[in-house]
Ligand binder design. Structure first.
Ligand code: EZ4
Ligand code: CO
Length: 404
């Protein structure tokens, strides 16, 4: 028994906002979790502070699954990004404490190492083919064996597309408000196969490449894109459809052998079930920081295993080093691990949240420190107060809203 004595939320902005959850126990231990929800940070922070912390104080920190069930099901209001992000932050902090009590790293508590490192990927983008190629080559020099590629539609007059940054002038114009992309399916659908045709002509065959659609296509558009990309042997096509369309992955499957990945907008095990049990995807890529944490993700991985679906946990910069560490602990253990998305954090982030995974020669590693191996420097976090920011948003040429 280790009674929870305090639950504290720290919101900090060392370059971007992070919501960090500290749980302390009466045996003098503490654990840290991450409950960051990009562009909506204060919602999970308030949920934890105002509604969940009072429930947790006095509970036994060792009973992680019971606490998880209590918060996920016992509250009646279930699921969704805000609640499952708050729960993820709490869940990670509890696993961190359990590891510290046992004197074991998280991967050991989960069942031990199945591999020596987690195959990792990073992103290359550019305004044209040449710029994407140059950025891919930079990543190859750093050891990456798998790389995600995104390109702007140069010459179309359309502004911005997912994964390719805005100009400084455009950012200055929108200061304090969401950046707005103007996006159309037709030029997008033409541009992606052309990018892969170009890259496959100039890059080595053993380099794995893939692309993130970011849930923007209709089922038939996605089927066309996946089919046209088939000759380029993508590692996978990421998030081709909106999360509301799980059954539509069947349409894509009927037309192509391009491997499919989906999941950063799934918020619990139940959201993942249709695409896993129907073998409609090849990689499940939930966000550990948004789907209820380690407890939920290890079940998702276990259910995926017999359906030949591998894991590819979401790993962008808008979730902090604590989630990235949790990712890699699971990656070490999960038998059906596929690949791990990663970013290199700003130095300020690494100072505020030390102990995140390290990258070497294409693979990510975590230390053998007890728990997640991450920590938070609260004094340094206090130097970087919260700053309201938004995700970008997208409209079509006619002004109507499209999925970002
Ligand atoms: O847009 O995490 O694969 N990565 C992604 C991310 C998401 C952001 C949203 O906050 O799609 O960059
Ligand atoms: Co994505």
């Amino acid at each position: 028994m280790a009674k929870i004595t305090q639950v504290k939320v720290v919101v900090t902005c060392p370059g971007r906002n992070y919501v960090l959850v500290k749980i302390e126990t009466d045996d003098g231990l503490y654990g840290w979790g991450d409950a960051t929800l990009n562009g909506r940070e204060l919602a999970p922070a308030t949920l934890i502070e105002q509604h969940l912390a009072p429930l947790l104080v006095g509970m036994d920190a060792d009973r992680i699954e019971d606490i998880h069930q209590y918060l996920a099901r016992g509250s009646y209001w279930r699921g969704g990004p805000i609640q499952m992000t708050a729960l993820a932050g709490i869940d990670m902090a509890l696993w961190d404490i359990k590891g510290k009590r046992a004197g074991l790293p998280l991967y050991s508590l989960l069942g031990g190492k199945s591999r020596e490192g987690a195959l990792a990927y990073s992103h290359a983008s550019g305004r044209d083919h040449k710029e994407v190629e140059e950025n891919v080559r930079r990543l190859m020099e750093r050891g990456f064996k798998v790389i995600r590629v995104q390109v702007a539609f140069s010459g179309t007059g359309l502004r911005g597309t997912y994964g390719v940054g805005f100009s400084e002038r455009e950012e200055a114009e929108r200061k304090g408000l969401p950046m707005e992309e103007v996006w159309e399916p037709a030029p997008y659908l033409r541009s992606v196969p052309r990018l892969f045709e170009y890259l496959r002509g100039v890059l080595p065959d053993d380099l794995e490449l893939f692309h993130d659609v970011h849930e923007r296509l209709t089922p038939i558009e996605a089927a066309r894109l996946a089919k046209e990309l088939e000759p380029y042997h993508l590692f996978f096509l990421e998030d081709a459809l909106r999360p509301e369309h799980p059954e539509s992955f069947r349409l894509i499957r009927q037309h192509t052998t391009t491997p499919l990945a989906m999941g950063e907008l799934y918020f619990n095990l139940y959201d993942c079930l249709p695409v896993i049990t129907g073998q409609l995807i090849d990689y499940i890529r939930c966000d550990l920081g948004h789907c209820g944490g380690i407890s939920e993700a290890r079940k998702i991985a276990a259910i995926a295993e017999p359906f030949a679906v591998k894991t590819a946990w979401h790993g962008p910069g808008d979730i902090g080093p604590i989630v990235h560490a949790a990712n890699v602990h699971l990656d070490y253990f999960v038998p059906n691990f596929g690949v791990q998305e990663m970013v290199v954090f700003d130095e300020r982030v690494q100072e505020v949240i030390p102990g995140g995974p390290t990258f070497a020669d294409g693979y990510l590693h975590v230390s053998d420190a007890p728990g997640l191996g991450t920590d938070v420097d609260e004094a340094k976090a206090a130097h970087y107060p919260y700053q309201r920011t938004f995700l970008p948003t997208t409209r079509r040429l006619d002004g109507s809203v499209h999925d970002w």
